[in-house]
Design a protein around this ligand. Structure first.
Ligand code: KE4
Length: 424
């Protein structure tokens, strides 16, 4: 009952009762769960019910919730200062850590969200090249900057239309939306408009249309075409960074982007984003160069402390190997339970990210994602929720496992799934 009363109260004063749309459960139906406490792999809601968490705050909690070393670092930083609005040593240490761990980073600017990071990367690509056109891919989400709230135009290579009210048509007109994993469309776009294209932004592993892996050759084509035409290749690793590998998707797939955007894990749950990459491009940012960018709380000392403590944990020997093995055990177990229940289902994982699909095989494109049985997922979601397992409240989101998840949590999840598959 308390969740419902909190939701009614929230809706009176906050649009939709939430501060970010996906939290409202509109995709899956029902009232959202209001949480009060978290520890390791677990969440507790306002009614004291415990859940195994596979959202992890949409990615940041890769070391598990309220890790003692992260909490201690935050407490110590907060006791010294909450914010200066002036440079601190911690920001240098975080920038140095990111440049050490992410292969293509030569310089980095800290911001306070993934949206700020991608908005800055787009402006940088345009400022560096003097061109206006940006290519993105249908199903990829890069935050809510105007240029990125764009859906595909009517024809394959016609410029985009706004996907949100409030985005001017002539802003969207500079964005070309292509099909993820379709190299032929990318080559055609560059052949026709190469000298107008400022940059390409891509989730190197898509996690915002559910999990979709890059097809062989797709990322390589983006790299080749951007190099050939002098366009900036932007890997949006806000979600994949420190999730698909220590160095992100760029390390796992061996592709060197010109700019990378980061977020989520690098703040350990507190607001940190980052944009970084080639020094010659990054030197265009104010106050060094003509591309303006700023932020009152950029590099906030408390958030930076949480990020540094989290990255220290992530760098521990075998961290990724262990969490990847746990994630693989989860998806293999789910597929086995689905098969026993005769459900048309598939699942896959990469690093500590996973996707579950009510479709016979994992989708390889946005069109194939749309073939998944969303209603079946929604029933499954609620059956799992009833059994204390918190999946992402949308069929179009990836799931996340943390280093705090162990065999006990996987076994409990699979027991819940066995029942959920039979009734959902
Ligand atoms: P934020 O502005 O929400 O920190 O980051 C935007 C963003 C940018 N790039 C990628 C690849 C992202 O996944 C995101 C944000 N991801 C969503 C999850 N689908 C955040 C959840 C939400 O919107 O509430």
């Amino acid at each position: 009952m308390k969740n419902e009363t909190l939701f009614e109260r929230a809706q009176r004063i906050i649009p939709g009762g939430v501060n970010s749309p996906v939290r409202a459960f509109r995709a899956v139906g029902g009232a959202p769960v209001f949480f009060e406490r978290a520890a390791g792999p677990h969440l507790w809601d306002a009614e004291g019910r415990r859940y195994i968490d596979y959202v992890g705050s949409w990615g940041p909690m890769v070391a598990g919730h309220t890790h003692p070393e992260v909490v201690a670092a935050v407490q110590a930083a907060a006791a010294r200062a909450l914010s200066f609005g002036a440079p601190t040593q911690g920001e240098i240490e975080l920038a140095e850590t990111l440049c050490r761990l992410v292969p293509s980073l030569e310089m980095v600017r800290l911001v306070s969200s993934g949206t700020e990071a991608t908005m800055t990367a787009i402006r940088l690509a345009r400022g560096f090249t003097g061109r206006d056109v940006i290519i993105k891919f249908e199903g990829c989400y890069h935050g809510h900057a105007d240029s990125l709230l764009v859906k595909a135009g009517s024809g394959a290579l016609t410029f985009g239309n706004p996907s949100s009210a409030g985005v001017p048509a002539d802003t969207a007109a500079h964005t070309l939306v292509l099909d993820f994993n379709d190299p032929s469309k990318v080559k055609k776009a560059f052949a026709e408009k190469g000298n107008e294209i400022a940059g390409v932004i891509v989730e190197p592993v898509a996690g915002n249309m559910n999990l979709v892996l890059p097809a062989a050759g797709f990322l390589e084509t983006l790299r080749e075409e951007c190099t050939r035409h002098g366009a900036v290749l932007i890997f949006d690793e806000v979600m994949t960074g420190f999730r698909v590998a220590l160095g992100g998707a760029q390390a796992r797939f061996g592709i060197r982007p010109d700019l990378t955007t980061l977020g989520k894990v690098i703040g350990g749950g507190l607001p940190v984003g980052a944009v970084g990459g080639r020094r010659d491009i990054m030197k265009k940012i104010a106050p060094l160069g003509p591309v303006y960018q700023a932020g009152t709380l950029s590099g906030n000392p408390v958030a930076v402390a949480a990020g540094l403590a989290t990255l220290k944990l992530v760098e521990a020997p075998r961290f990724h190997e262990k969490v990847e093995a746990t994630t693989r055990a989860l998806v293999e177990g789910l597929a086995k339970e689905a098969k026993s229940a005769g459900a048309i289902f598939s699942a896959q994982s990469i690093g500590s990210m996973f996707g579950v699909y009510f479709r016979a095989a994992p989708p390889r494109s946005f069109a194939e994602v749309m073939q998944c049985d969303r209603d079946r997922f929604n029933r499954f979601f609620h059956e799992m929720l009833k059994r204390g397992v918190y999946l992402a409240p949308s069929a179009y989101e990836a799931g996340f496992v943390s280093a705090a998840h162990g065999a006990a949590e996987i076994d409990e999840t699979l027991r819940a799934a066995r029942e959920a598959f039979s009734v959902a």
